[in-house]
Design a protein. Structure first.
Lengths: 357, 240
């Protein structure tokens, strides 16, 4: 009985596997058509078949294609035309692909060639930017405890030990509260949503005046007016940022380096040149130096970018990425779509979602 | 009894996937002849005009037009210049890297490649979604590829396009209808193709070849890309 049952299970499993094999495409689409037959011979140099002339009429299931050498002495543009020597054209084709596909050679990060980049599949993936690796959590559930006793020396301590920490820089994108009317641009297993149409214009980093510094800018000393903001990261380590006139610095061995604004940091003032940008109707962020701020009772808190927000400029540090037929500007996990509003070149923050989400 | 029922449920599906093919040997012999001629070229150049339908940013189906100038030098050199709705762009493949350059945006992407034209076309299509104009025709086993893909392949007679006669071939399966017009002359060169995708959504692409130049001399220089002033090397997102 046991034997009968296991035989039945085996039969079922075999049939299920067979079914899947017949229904699943063997190769992904190449150009407009599949080219399974070409792939079996593509990587081989043209060579005369060494098979005997007399051959059984029936085609073996995994018969290799023979090749016809090019009649020209020049190397052929495609290695010479190749075809199966015996084609039983009245039969259904059930030949499995046995050839080797061309290697998709690993692309190096050497800047002599382009960098291959993909959006993160998960919103919860730590960003890859400088000082990345901090976990993100919903800001709305966090309480920031500001130690007012230290206000005297203008140092603000965000005690995250009592909260789930929030340091994700502003490369994380919050979902747009507005419904998208336009269909998404689909590429690479992702949907790229925007409220406004794509309108390419060149990415020219913007400078917010002489007091603003781009990310990576290095100084040996800071003014005494700089305030210290401490944020505990996921590893439980405190990161100490130095804030001065819209710039955030991290201490290095030799001095201080400008970094992206840490999400969750609250400062009492931001530069006057910060621009008010609309997130939704009646909801605004303040935008300065690539960072987004929400105004609250304590001052201005750095928040993640919200999809759909339109900004007039982008700072240095972005990377232009060819995504299918479009070119976006990418900062960490934030994609900006070039758009045009009333004849002016601007950018809209793209909402990127996995296709299967 | 249960076991038999299981078998009966699955067998029709297995049978369906092995549907009988209807292949016209005349059509295949014409395609083989065309493939043999193309495979004999050490170098070739041609112009291609394409027309295709695509959903635009407003979600509407839009007809788009492009024109391409293509240069092949076997086994590992290719240059293409394309103009049309998707921009003014060029491809340069020198045997080790392929550069895609946008004349409109003055930026470019450079990607390491395999060693031959066809492997490069195939690899970049699979990985980055590059669609090279009329690349299907240059796959070395084009005839076998058609036999693999299509259930029906028919020679539909000799048709006139303008003053010239062409062999008209129609291939079809559940998803695609593919039509091809091959010159009724010494070289059997392709003149026109039409691809209609019937499902899951309707799609059409038509291409017309012109100005075939076979085995011309092509210096290395035309396959090398030199970045123009202020051109930006940008990143690229793979398709898969």
């Amino acid at each position: 009985m046991k034997l009968k049952l296991s035989t039945a299970s085996f039969l079922k499993a075999t049939l299920a596997v067979l079914f899947v094999c017949f229904l699943t495409p063997l190769e992904v689409e190449a150009q407009r058509m599949g080219h399974r037959a070409s792939r079996q011979t593509m990587s081989r140099p043209p060579a005369r078949s060494s098979r005997p002339a007399a051959r059984p009429a029936t085609r073996p299931s995994s018969r290799p294609s023979t090749t016809r050498p090019s009649t020209s002495n020049r190397p052929s543009i495609n290695g010479g035309y190749q075809k199966a020597t015996t084609r039983d054209i009245s039969r259904p084709s059930s030949r499995p692909s046995t050839g080797t596909r061309p290697s998709n050679r690993a692309v190096t990060t050497d800047r002599s060639t382009s960098k291959v980049t993909r959006p993160s599949n998960s919103r919860e993936t730590p960003n890859r930017g400088q000082n990345g690796g901090n976990r993100v959590s919903d800001r709305s559930n966090n309480r920031v405890n500001v130690d007012n006793s230290r206000r005297g020396n203008r140092n603000i301590n965000i005690d995250n030990s009592r909260t789930v920490n929030v340091n994700r820089r502003n490369t994380y994108v919050r979902t747009s509260p507005r419904v998208y009317v336009r269909p998404p641009y689909i590429w690479g297993g992702f949907h790229f949503y925007c409220h406004r149409p794509y309108y390419w214009h060149p990415y020219r980093p913007y400078y917010w005046g002489p007091v603003w510094h781009p990310w990576g800018y290095f100084v040996t000393t800071l003014a005494t007016t700089a305030i210290i903001i401490s944020i505990t990261n996921d590893s439980g380590n405190q990161e100490e940022y130095h804030y001065e006139e819209g710039n955030y610095y991290l201490k290095t061995a030799d001095g201080f380096e400008v970094v992206q604004a840490p999400v969750g940091a609250t400062v009492s003032e931001i530069p006057e040149t910060a621009q008010k940008v609309e997130v939704t109707e009646n909801t605004y962020n303040y935008y300065y130096g690539g960072a987004y701020y929400e105004k609250n009772a304590e001052g201005y808190t750095v928040v993640p970018a919200t999809a759909g927000t339109i900004v007039p400029h982008l700072p240095e540090g972005g990377e232009e990425v060819k995504v299918g037929d479009r070119t976006y500007v990418k900062f960490g996990e934030t994609y900006y779509q070039p758009i045009q509003v009333d004849g002016k070149d601007m950018y809209e923050i793209v909402e990127v979602t996995p296709e299967d989400a | 009894m249960k076991r038999f029922l299981f078998l009966l449920l699955w067998l029709p599906l297995l049978g369906f996937s092995q549907a009988q093919k209807d292949i016209d040997p005349v059509a295949i012999s014409i395609i083989d002849k065309m493939g043999g001629v193309i495979g004999s070229f050490g170098t070739c150049a041609f112009n291609l005009s394409t027309v295709y339908d695509e959903t635009n940013q407003e979600g509407l189906m839009e007809r788009k037009f492009e024109s391409h100038k293509v240069y092949f030098r076997g086994p590992d050199k290719m240059a293409i210049r394309s103009r049309g709705e998707k921009g003014n762009k060029g491809y340069w493949y020198n045997g080790s890297v392929l550069t895609w350059y946008s004349y409109d945006e003055n930026n470019y992407v450079t990607i390491p490649t395999p060693d031959t034209i066809i492997e490069t076309i195939d690899s970049l299509n699979t990985t980055f979604g590059f669609r090279f104009p009329a690349a299907d025709f240059f796959y070395p086993a084009f005839g076998d590829d058609l036999l693999e893909e299509f259930d029906t392949i028919k020679f539909s007679g000799i048709k006139s396009l303008g003053d010239t006669e062409y062999f008209h071939i129609i291939a079809e399966n559940d998803t695609y209808n593919f039509q091809l017009w091959i010159e009724n002359g010494a070289y059997y060169l392709p003149k026109k193709y039409l691809i209609i995708r019937k499902a899951p959504e309707l799609f059409m692409e038509e291409g017309t070849f012109d100005n075939w130049i076979t085995n011309p001399s092509m210096p290395d220089e035309i396959f090398e890309f030199t970045p123009p002033k202020n051109a930006d090397l940008i990143d690229i997102m793979p398709k898969n």
